[in-house]
Design a protein around this ligand. Structure first.
Ligand code: FMN
Length: 196
């Protein structure tokens, strides 16, 4: 074999090895990018209690906007109109709110283990969270998760309920949410302003 042919063969081998190296490197980079995307891809759920539908509607808008799963906290004993008649001192809702030990039972099993972020929705009852929200916190391990409370109300702000939640479970990563009007626009504004 002439010297020229040997040189050409060596050059082809080096070229081949180079091409294999470039292809392998590209595959590794692609895998790394995919891993990064998965890391940043937090899974969210909107968990809510709603007695008359307002918080349910708002929760639906949030779930739609952030592509979250929607989970309802269903009371074992449904609240009737009579139960919610807050002008009657003895109605069930008022009696529960006045009893610091009241923990109304939840009918459904709520599994949040696979979620990183929980939007937690409720109506304001006498300026605060309905006691069934405390039942939910008792039943659910939210350690290491980000929880964003939000509420609907006739006008009262969310602030007292935020304090109640933070005091009740101080080890949760709480992010202050807002009282929301029952509209998609209000939800979009809220989500745009949310920093976490
Ligand atoms: C027992 C009870 C107490 C309430 N207390 C308040 C209150 O303190 N402040 C307020 O603005 N609205 C209050 N509301 C009104 C609700 O917060 C409001 O209607 C809410 O949007 C209902 O949400 P839901 O339809 O998801 O149950 C109360 C309602 C009930 C039934």
């Amino acid at each position: 074999m002439s010297k020229k042919i040997i040189l050409i063969v060596i050059a082809l081998i080096i070229l081949g090895l180079g091409v294999v190296y470039i292809i392998q490197n590209k595959e590794t980079n692609n895998t790394n990018n995919k891993e990064e995307a998965t890391e940043n891809n937090q899974k969210s759920a909107v968990v809510y209690f709603s007695a008359t539908g307002n918080t349910k509607e708002v929760s639906g808008y949030i779930a739609e906007e952030v592509d979250a799963d929607l989970i309802e906290i269903t009371p074992a004993e449904e609240y009737t109109a009579e139960d919610l008649d807050y002008n009657n001192d003895n109605c069930r809702a008022n009696t529960e709110q006045n009893n610091e030990n009241a923990r109304p039972e939840i009918a459904n099993d709520i599994d949040v283990t696979t979620y990183d972020v929980i939007y937690l929705g409720y109506p304001i009852w006498w300026g605060d969270v309905p006691k069934i929200i405390l039942t939910f916190l008792d039943n659910t391990d939210l350690n290491g998760k980000t929880v964003i409370p939000f509420c609907t109300s006739g006008g009262s702000s969310i602030s007292t309920s935020l304090n109640t939640l933070k005091e009740y479970k101080s080890d949760i990563n709480w992010i202050d949410g807002e009282r929301l009007d029952v509209s998609k626009e209000a939800v979009i504004d809220f989500l745009n302003n949310l920093n976490y």
